[in-house]
Design a protein around this ligand. Structure first.
Ligand code: CA
Length: 239
């Protein structure tokens, strides 16, 4: 009998999306294969222009850039990312050849977070990548919201409680984001219904209650921050 192929265990959630721009096909495939096995979701391209287009079109958890690329070089892609107010926080790591140290100094001036000199170990790449993503998600993140041990990052669409990522539905995320942005203010269920759009035509009061209930469960120790306001609805208690 043919053995059944089992999916490899994922150590990171697949929502950690990495863009890889590298024109050496063998290296590109190797890095992609390794990162996917480590649980990252990877989009890999070999062309600089396509890389630039992709880099600017989505919110990536991190971008890995080769320096010398056909079309548009890695430094230019990094520069363009840093000019975009929505994307300038995205961690950028350069993959560079020996002898390109001069370019790397330029890259670091452009706001790259780190670089690796080829040939690098895949283990080291993964470690540096994780570190860069963690730093980007730190509480100092400009667009993020914090309360107690809750960190919400709208760009990365990620919520951490005491450093652990929560797996929230889109509605739960929007509810928490809305409540946290207006901490201290009570909202009626009607006012919260737009957070549940996309689920169906009609959103009922009790749907909101169910979402809030699930959200509280996932928030664990931080659950009491969402209080029920009798006769009104819900309120998030900030710090
Ligand atoms: Ca190259």
């Amino acid at each position: 009998m043919t053995p059944v192929t089992r999916p490899v265990a994922k150590t990171d959630s697949p929502h950690v999306k990495v863009l890889l721009v590298e024109d050496e096909a063998d290296l590109r495939d190797l890095v992609r294969f390794h990162l996917e096995r480590e649980g990252f979701s990877v989009e890999a391209v070999g062309d600089g222009e396509r890389g630039l287009e992709l880099a600017l079109s989505r919110s990536w958890s991190a971008v890995l850039l080769d320096v010398m690329l056909p079309g548009c070089d890695g430094l230019e892609i990094c520069r363009r990312l840093r000019l975009d107010t929505r994307l300038k926080q995205v961690p950028v790591l350069f993959l560079t050849s020996r002898g390109q140290e001069k370019d790397i100094v330029g890259g670091l001036n452009l706001g790259a977070d780190d670089y690796l000199v080829k040939p690098f170990s895949l283990k080291e790449l993964t470690a540096r990548l994780r570190a860069a993503i963690r730093r980007a998600g730190a509480p100092t993140h400009a667009s993020g919201l914090n309360a107690g041990t809750i960190q919400l990052d709208p760009l990365r669409h990620e919520v951490l409680v005491a450093g652990e990522a929560l797996s929230l539905t889109a509605t739960e995320f929007r509810l928490l984001h809305h409540l946290m942005r207006h901490a201290g203010r009570a909202f009626t269920r009607d006012e919260l219904k737009p957070c549940a759009i996309g689920e169906g035509v009609v959103v009922l009061d009790r749907n909101i209650d169910v979402h809030i209930g699930n959200l509280r469960k996932k928030l664990g120790d931080e659950a009491p921050r969402i209080s029920t306001v009798r006769g009104v609805g819900y309120r998030f208690e900030g710090d």
